[in-house]
Design a protein around this ligand. Structure first.
Ligand code: PXP
Length: 255
């Protein structure tokens, strides 16, 4: 695998959202994970929320047992979630902020003000040989504190960048993209592995995939939405292709 290979973690939360709309078993997140792996996903990401609105405890158990690619468990820093993570020992845990009323993970973790709360979680997960990722905004203070906390990875929040693109505010989008580039550079300088994700689409993935310090993207909602029109396999393969093209220098800017 080339040094420039960019990993794709496919987030399957919203397969569970559709399943839960009817309360039965279909469509199964495990099957979606298997399709994702066959389509070129390098890992599977799932967010076990405190309110269990999509992914369930049973989903995590099945994914941990039956998927032979790395599982990235997104979770809030709570005692309940820590116990679950230590039971399943996923490849990685990404600590995310969680507010009950929010529709999705709306911002990064404020690791600077949350340092004292987060420290024991990072310590216990790392002691269990789980890679610890912190979902943060691309801000130098957040990155420095993530490093001080002993995290292995930071995942840069791309939500505001994607929202600005969707709203047609291209000046804002490009400014946030510059912040993401600087953040990725700073993360690498600090010795942190750099991931990125949230809200990425076929239109917005290229410039983020082209950031050389970013080694993994986690993408979910758009892939599952697009699967309705073209199928899950095709939507993941297309995303993979766009990522590879951007890594090779194509499609990296909005003309
Ligand atoms: N990365 C993190 C840390 C997330 O919380 C999420 C959403 O669960 C994603 C990536 C994927 O975001 P989206 O579903 O918008 O692609």
């Amino acid at each position: 695998m080339s040094v420039r290979h960019l990993r794709l973690g496919v987030n399957i939360d919203h397969v569970a959202t559709i399943r839960n709309a009817r309360g039965g078993r279909h469509p199964e997140p495990l099957r979606a994970a298997q399709v994702a792996v066959a389509a070129g996903a390098d890992g599977i990401t799932a967010h076990l929320r405190e309110d269990r609105r999509h992914i369930s405890d049973e989903d995590i158990e099945e994914l941990a047992r039956k998927i032979d690619k790395p599982l990235n468990l997104e979770m809030a820093a709570t005692e309940e979630m820590l116990t679950i993570a230590l039971r399943h020992k996923p490849h990685a845990v990404c600590l995310v902020p969680e507010k009950r009323e929010e529709r999705t993970t709306e911002g990064g973790l404020d690791v600077a003000s949350g340092h004292n709360h987060l420290a024991p979680f990072v310590r216990e997960l790392a002691a269990a040989k789980i890679r610890v990722s912190l979902f943060v905004e691309a801000h130098p203070v957040q990155l420095a504190v993530a490093k001080a906390l002993g995290a292995h990875v930071v995942e840069l929040h791309t939500g505001a960048y994607c929202d600005a693109h969707a709203q047609g505010d291209f000046a804002k989008r490009d400014k946030i993209l510059e912040q993401l580039k600087a953040g990725a550079k700073e993360a690498a300088r600090l010795g942190l592995e750099c991931h990125a994700g949230h809200g990425l689409t076929f239109e917005t993935v290229g410039p983020v995939a082209a950031i050389p310090e970013v080694v993994e993207l986690n993408i979910g909602h758009f892939l599952v939405g697009e699967a309705i029109f073209i199928g899950l396999d095709a939507s993941i393969r297309r995303m993979r292709q766009l990522m590879d093209e951007a890594r090779g220098g194509a499609g990296t800017s909005f003309a």
